[in-house]
Design a protein around this ligand. Structure first.
Ligand code: ADP
Ligand code: MG
Length: 399
């Protein structure tokens, strides 16, 4: 049996997640083991947010942030190994995502900051990193990469499933029933989830996130704003597609709010969100939607866009993972939009929803070590299968 560690810090920039994955010698059994999550300190999180846009001394700052993240990643590996009672020699490799500060596949690159050699040196374990570049070089989006892992661990012989990751950005994996059908696995980023929820909540309440969605629950959906947000061409663009904070940032949200105000149709009930909506609608009449109503509208945006992707595919059941599964209100709104299609979390498929993304990067490390292609061309749009990732290996060959 071989063991791999996956390290993930996503667009929410909330924490470093570390997951242990065990793969049996025939590569059939994939088992997720322990999981550890270390919060990112405010200074580093703010710096990653700042590095999302060009600024003074940005090269130097990017390298320093990559060094700081390597140290945080190493702390997470140490915590995971201590908790699992394992030594570094018992880990075959680490798959480390790094922190995305640019995602521009159409321009030929996506930047995940991380000083991988430093991480490898500190842990004494080989590190697989820069996992998106090869797919982008082959004309793909370089994202999402997790659908290949989802297909390995979540595909059912009978059920047409959708796996939904509610991270900073939401992405779906669409898994046809595995009954000899030739239909490919599909997957794409549906749009924003926690990244805009967190930014808005932080700005208006000072809290890092809206715990359980309580603040959004207290408010009403602003239909004109929802319609304005849904009119962004990203949502109607066909897959393959992927996105990030390059598009869905606070400026995007502010532009949508401004546009909804200018149209003078604040609070008027629209039909943008489709039939069957029973959302409460803001009272209207003001120039600016109430801050809590914007939060409720952002929750609805995620619920609508994810549910559409699942419905268009004809999913028979939907399984969610990621930090957004802890947002009870978001899960309720998503369940409502999906009904009668059932919504569960991946816990019922025996993988902790918080650990799925990090586990996927452990599996990607295994694919790289075995020199196996790990991109799904039906997902990323690359012109062919590619081995993903570069390797930093501090272990000296003894042969
Ligand atoms: N109790 C909670 N209530 C509401 N939202 C939560 C809760 N716990 C976590 N979250 C959300 O989950 C996010 C982290 O999700 P995660 O899957 O790690 O995203 P990413 O992959 O982008 O880092 C947090 O930023 C927060 O928005
Ligand atoms: Mg996270």
């Amino acid at each position: 049996m071989r063991r791999f560690v996956g390290l993930m810090s996503g667009t929410s920039v909330d924490a470093v997640d570390a997951a242990l994955v065990e793969i049996d010698e025939f590569d059939f059994g994939i088992r997720t083991g322990g999981f550890a999550s270390l919060a990112l300190d405010d200074a580093l999180r703010d710096e990653f947010h700042a590095l999302q846009a060009s600024g003074p001394d940005e090269l130097e700052r990017a390298m320093r942030a990559g060094v700081a993240l390597a140290d945080r990643y190493a702390d997470a590996v140490e915590a995971l190994l201590a908790q699992s009672g394992l030594r570094p020699e018992q880990i075959n490799a680490i798959g480390a995502h790094g922190q995305t500060v640019r995602h521009r596949p159409e321009q030929g690159y996506s930047i995940q900051l991380l000083n991988a050699a430093r991480l490898a040196e500190r842990c004494g374990i080989a590190v697989v990193h820069d996992l998106r570049a090869a797919d982008i070089a082959a004309g793909g989006q370089g994202a999402p990469l997790v659908p290949a892992f989802h297909a390995q661990v979540f595909r059912s012989p009978l059920e047409r499933r959708a796996i939904v990751n509610l991270g900073g950005i939401a992405n779906v994996t669409l898994l046809p029933a595995d009954c000899g059908s030739e239909e490919p696995v599909r997957g794409f980023d549906t749009g924003p989830a926690n990244t805009l929820l967190d930014a808005w909540c932080r700005r208006h309440t000072g809290r890092a996130f809206d715990a359980d969605g309580a603040w959004a629950r207290s408010a009403a959906v602003h239909e004109a704003l929802l319609a304005r947000m849904l009119s962004d061409p990203y949502f109607s663009r066909p897959a393959p597609k992927s996105t990030g904070r390059d598009l869905f940032d606070s400026n995007w949200l502010q532009r949508a709010i401004d546009a909804a105000c200018d149209r003078g149709d604040l609070g008027r009930r629209g039909d943008s969100a489709g039939a069957g909506s029973d959302v409460r609608v803001g009272s209207g009449g003001s120039d600016e939607p109430a801050a809590a109503d914007v939060q409720a509208t952002l929750v609805e945006l995620t619920a609508v866009t994810v549910a559409r992707a699942c419905a268009d595919y004809g999913a028979q059941a939907v399984y969610a993972c990621g930090g957004g599964t802890r947002n009870a209100f978001l899960m309720e709104r998503l369940a409502h939009r999906l009904a009668p299609t059932p919504l569960e979390t991946t816990a019922v498929l025996r993988i902790d929803p918080q650990a799925v993304e990090a586990a996927a990067f452990a599996w990607l490390a295994a694919q790289r070590i075995d020199a196996k292609a790990a991109n799904l061309t039906s997902v990323t749009g690359a012109c062919g299968p590619r081995v993903l990732g570069a390797i930093s290996d501090p272990r000296v060959s003894r042969s």
